[in-house]
Ligand binder design. Structure first.
Ligand SMILES: [Mg+2]
Length: 122
């Protein structure tokens, strides 16, 4: 079964990087640009894993993460936060919102793939 990854990211360049990377290893990628749209798409498409930006229109990544993790049908979907926020406290806020893992941008492609694989096989 092809694993489906939901990428929630508002920057077109970052969406393409994630899409190219994930499809290159055989994952299916679906995308949302806004945080609220991402929550809706998670409900509709039941992805195997979510890659979440923080700075998003609509709900930001923290709010989108909280809403997904508060939904009993979605709460087991792993959420990996990818953020370029360099300010300290960001990782703590992301983890408090319920994310499973956190990577700062610019992320290392192999490291991201390793984290994604870890969550998709467990
Ligand atoms: Mg953004």
């Amino acid at each position: 079964m092809t694993k489906r990854i939901l990428s929630i990211e508002d920057q077109v360049d970052n969406r393409q990087i994630v899409r190219d990377l994930m499809t290159s290893v055989g994952y299916e990628v679906i995308e949302a640009i806004r945080g609220d749209e991402g929550v809706t798409l998670a409900e509709q498409s039941n992805p195997d894993l979510i890659l979440m930006d923080i700075q998003l229109p609509g709900f930001d990544g923290y709010e989108a993460t909280r809403r997904i993790k508060a939904n009993p049908k979605l709460c087991r979907i792993p959420i990996i936060v990818l953020t370029s926020y360099a300010l300290s406290g960001d990782e703590e806020k992301a983890r408090a919102a319920g994310c499973d893992a956190y990577l700062a941008k610019p992320f290392d492609a192999m490291k991201l793939l390793a984290v994604v694989r870890q969550y998709l096989t467990s």
